[in-house]
Design a protein around this ligand. Structure first.
Ligand code: SF4
Length: 492
């Protein structure tokens, strides 16, 4: 499944708390990583920063200050490659400015556009020194060295095992301080081949990391102060990793193991395919207190005809039956989804079927997009492409319905007392921002030293995108009650 885009963002600088990088302090070079697209790219950007830290690079959020710029790109949007080229045009000007004061700047393009475009990038944008696909980030130091010698480097091999093994080899590396909530990739690639999606072509076949690799990384995160981990994969619930005894574990079993790690009080996963929600994973929602009551389970369309054309391999009734089972196991769960309107051949009736599905499900939130043709996918060459104005009108109608459902869901939290993981300072002095169990941002007045703690909070008001809360006790609910204790979430 495609994880849906966040705002473009820079990778937060990692803080080295336990080791000296190769270059002496004071002689550090700066790396600026701009991340586009999904959470998997956010995770990969953090890993790139980690891999570069021992080489003497520290992260900067100032492009003008960067000795190395990496664009970690996303191919999910229309004209993604063109947007990268225009960004490279802006970077060229910064590079020229720096050159006037004798400073160099190397430029790399990573991510799915790098994978899809390969050599074409350095041909069209000669300022690019390095093109590196998503499976080759562990090779960055060596690739940079080649680029430094004046070679144009293009590395787009599909060797996920090598990347995962390298990530596992980070176990001996110094622990890097992390934000209270972190991503952890457990699976990459996809074998589903939905006819609108480029992921199987840009990220390759499904590969799962071993249980041991994931547990070790989660333990390192917990010891670095992470309280909440979101397991990532393009099709995360297809996870099938090998355990130490050679057995294959599914996602449910992996979650149970991660729930045993001290300090990891919240677990999430994204993004899932309906066909891969097995009984064990559904049961985990009923059993694990630390598995948050939120599930992103895209359906894309409510029309069986369109689901078939999309090669989704399930019907709308299959989806309803599945949700019944999930809600029976976790009645409090908030559901989220993805919708594509205007897929080739979508009639008014097909669209109405989608609206009907949304009305029946009642989502807590959802992402929705107009269908756009992605080169190389079967959908791009299908007959009956839907006119742009029809797509726009349907999208507006669908988004209005989703927005109403989201407001209703948020309003239903008013008066509840729930656990909130406090993650960062807010816009106003004295304000912190945290996350509810249902993935809603919660703003409240609290002291900064509470960042990283989980607090009982009463939801007192509802904004358009956030909830507003009031601290109840001022003490970490997990410190006082123990990590295995039930969260204080309660309705009414
Ligand atoms: S092919 Fe389908 S299941 Fe796989 S990542 Fe794309 S949308 Fe998700």
């Amino acid at each position: 499944m495609t994880s849906r885009p966040n705002k473009d963002q820079q990778t937060s600088p990692s803080v080295d708390t336990a080791g000296e990088p190769k270059a002496a302090k004071g002689n550090l070079r700066k790396v600026f990583v701009r991340t586009y697209g999904c959470q998997m790219n956010v995770y990969d950007s953090e890993r790139m920063t980690d891999v570069l830290a021992p080489e003497g690079f520290e992260a900067t959020e100032d492009l003008n200050d960067a000795d190395l710029v990496i664009l970690n790109t996303c191919h999910i949007r229309e004209k993604a490659a063109e947007k990268v080229y225009s960004e490279l045009g802006r970077i060229r000007k910064v590079k020229e400015e720096r050159a006037k004061s004798g400073k160099d700047m190397m430029v790399g393009v990573a991510g799915c556009v790098a994978q899809a475009e390969g050599e074409e990038i350095s041909r069209r944008a000669p300022i690019v020194d390095l093109v590196v696909g998503p499976q080759s980030y562990h090779q960055l130091p060596g690739l940079l060295e080649k680029a430094r010698q004046g070679k144009k480097v293009v590395e787009t091999e599909f060797d996920i095992d090598a990347k995962f093994n390298h990530l596992s080899g980070q176990a001996e590396k110094p622990v890097l301080k992390r934000a209270p909530s972190a991503f952890l990739t457990v699976q990459e690639g996809c074998d589903k081949f939905c006819t609108f999606c480029v992921v199987p072509y840009t990220r390759g076949a499904e590969v799962s990391r071993s249980v041991q690799q994931i547990v070790e990384e989660a333990e390192r995160m917990a010891s670095a102060g992470v309280r909440e981990v979101t397991l990532l994969g393009q099709n995360v619930n297809a996870y099938h990793g090998e355990a130490a005894d050679g057995a294959t574990w599914g996602l449910g079993r992996l979650l149970r193991r991660l729930a045993e790690i001290d300090g990891l009080d919240r677990l999430r996963y994204t993004t899932s395919h309906p066909r891969d929600m097995d009984d064990d994973l559904i049961a985990a929602h009923a059993e694990l207190k630390s598995l948050m009551p939120y599930l992103h389970l895209p359906v894309q369309s409510g029309s069986d005809k369109i689901l078939k054309a999309m090669n989704r391999r399930h019907t709308r009734e299959d989806y309803f039956r599945l949700l019944d089972r999930i809600r029976a196991a976790a009645p409090d769960i908030a559901l989220s989804g993805d919708f594509i309107v205007g897929f080739p051949g979508e009639t008014e009736q097909d669209f109405e079927d989608t609206m009907d599905l949304i009305r029946r499900v009642e989502y807590g939130s959802a992402f929705s997009f107009k269908y756009s043709q992605r080169p190389g996918t079967p959908g791009a060459t299908m007959d009956d492409q839907v006119p742009e104005d029809v797509k726009s009108a349907r999208l507006a109608e669908l988004q209005a319905l989703i927005s109403d459902q989201q407001k209703a869901f948020n309003a239903s939290r008013r008066g509840m007392i729930c656990d909130v993981l406090l993650e960062k300072t807010g816009r106003n002095p004295g304000q912190l921002v945290g996350k509810s169990p249902w993935l809603q941002p919660v703003q409240l007045d609290a002291q900064e030293n509470l960042i990283g703690s989980i607090q009982a909070v009463e939801i007192v008001d509802i904004g358009s995108n956030s909830l507003f809360g009031r601290l109840i006790a001022g003490q970490d609910t997990f410190d006082t009650a123990g990590a295995a204790a039930a969260p204080a979430s309660q309705a009414g």
